[in-house]
Design a protein around this ligand. Structure first.
Ligand SMILES: Nc1ncnc2c1ncn2[C@@H]1O[C@H](COP(=O)(O)OP(=O)(O)OP(=O)(O)O)[C@@H](O)[C@H]1O
Ligand SMILES: [Mg+2]
Length: 433
């Protein structure tokens, strides 16, 4: 794994760490269910050894084994139920926390973030990406633990039963891991592209619906459609490729695992004939060989799913990591008494460096004075109001209210001191059904 992915994983784990107790329960259930799953073949093997030949079947002992088996299976099922319940709980709480952080971040992002990022893209990150990330996380939690525990447990049992055959299994299985790793690396990048394309599409749809009047007024439908088709095509292609590559994992690892199974059957069969192993022993071994390779299949599936989850998590974390607006000062000035005196001194401001807008603006407004700001469209009237309300900070100079620099006042206090009627408020009312 490369460094970037490691960091994303660390952050996901940091979120999960709040639910340590639940994770502990989940791991405990994983250990129990894996242990019991490993015990079942031993029971079956013993039962087989009680069937020696015609009229040489020990029914009393077999019945006892069957009853034990039923109990073992029931307890395993209960453990698995508790485990998936707990895992669901962990996942959805983590998702809730990530969304809370992302949403809180949006509240304190500077306005220029909104100017430079389409709304739909941000929506897609908080909604779609977090969902994908939850799916991956859920699969990961459920299968990774059980997988690892099963592998370790089976290894111990197999070496105990027959070191030689166990060695065959151990040597051959890593091949399937190598195959899985190769495919996983490839699909991480494809999933990342898929997430970008999805965000682009949401952004376009959102922008288009929001501004449908403008689109129609300028007969821009065809251009929009063309743009949409391009993104839609890109999304379809990357999704197809990503899914194709990730679905290769399972069949490829399965081939390797079936070869392992065949080898165990061959060597085990020979051991039975030479008398080194009982038929029941071989039965146990064959179940272990499948049980040992199965988690490898599942883990490789989990790995691809986790790749997708991590790619999506990364895009949410980028949002959470965006630089917030300059925080309010520690000792804010008190403006409880507002008379209406405003001083604007040598103010420079522009949205983008290369397009100067307001330069060296000076205003001296006395308390109670009425001022109208008039000018051609695009001259900066709304911008000036935005500066007064501190939606943006001035580049140079200062704005003072009652002699106090607005940067020394809490944003909340400053904005409460104003009465503002937005053009958009009226438009939204108009749009409401
Ligand atoms: N968020 C923004 N990012 C970049 N440029 C912007 C942004 N908002 C406005 N501008 C640009 O800044 C200039 C001033 O815009 P502003 O909205 O202040 O004009 P205005 O005087 O209120 O015009 P109108 O009379 O149409 O309301 C315009 O050229 C506009 O395109
Ligand atoms: Mg305006």
């Amino acid at each position: 794994m490369n460094k970037k992915k490691d960091q994303t994983l660390k952050r996901v784990l940091a979120y999960a760490a709040h639910y340590r107790f639940l994770i502990f329960i989940s791991m405990l259930m994983a250990v129990c269910s894996a242990g019991l799953t490993l015990y079942a073949p031993v029971l079956a093997g013993n039962a087989v050894d009680y069937i020696i030949g015609p009229s040489e079947v020990d029914f009393a002992k077999i019945t006892r084994i069957l009853v034990t088996m039923a109990i073992v299976v029931a307890i395993t099922a209960l453990c698995q139920f508790i485990m998936s319940w707990v895992n669901n709980k962990i996942t959805f709480q983590v998702v809730r926390d990530v969304r809370t952080d992302a949403f809180n971040k949006i509240q304190i992002l500077p306005f220029n973030f909104l100017d430079t990022h389409p709304t739909g893209e941000t929506v897609s990150r908080i909604i779609a990406d977090v969902d994908q990330f939850a799916d991956g996380l859920l699969m990961g939690f459920t299968q990774l633990f059980t997988g690892i525990v099963t592998i370790v447990g089976t290894l111990i049992f197999m070496f105990y039963l027959s070191g030689r055959i166990a060695l065959i299994v151990v040597i051959l299985t890593p091949v399937s891991l190598l195959v899985a790793k190769f495919i996983a690396t490839k699909s991480f990048n494809l999933f990342r592209e898929q997430s970008t394309a999805r965000a682009d599409q949401t952004a376009l749809v959102e922008e288009m619906i929001d501004n449908l009047r403008v689109v129609k007024a300028f007969s821009h439908e065809d251009e929009n459609l063309e743009k949409f088709d391009e993104i839609n095509e890109r999304l379809a292609n990357t999704s197809l490729k990503a899914t194709f590559f990730s679905s290769l994992t399972n069949p490829s690892t399965r081939v390797v695992n079936n070869i392992v199974y065949a080898c165990v059957a061959l060597v085990g069969g020979i051991s039975c004939i030479t008398g080194n192993m009982t038929v029941g022993g071989l039965t146990i071994f064959l179940s272990y060989a499948t049980q040992y390779t199965k988690p490898f299949n599942e883990i490789s599936g989990v790995v691809t799913e986790l790749q997708n989850a991590l790619a999506c998590a990364k895009s949410v974390f980028t949002l959470i990591d965006e630089e917030a607006q300059v925080p309010d000062v520690d000792n804010p000035a008190d403006i409880s008494e507002i008379l209406g005196k405003i001083d604007v001194e040598n103010v420079d401001f522009s949205y983008t460096k290369d397009k100067p807008l307001i330069e060296n603006l000076n205003l001296d407004i006395k308390a109670g004075q009425r001022v109208a700001i008039v000018g051609p469209t695009g001259c900066g009237k709304s911008t000036f109001i935005g500066l007064l309300m501190r939606f943006y900070d001035v580049d140079e100079g200062s704005i003072k209210i009652e002699g106090k620099d607005i940067r020394d006042i809490r944003r909340h206090d400053l904005r409460s001191a104003f009465g503002m009627v937005l053009q958009e408020t009226w438009l939204k009312r108009y749009n409401q059904r």
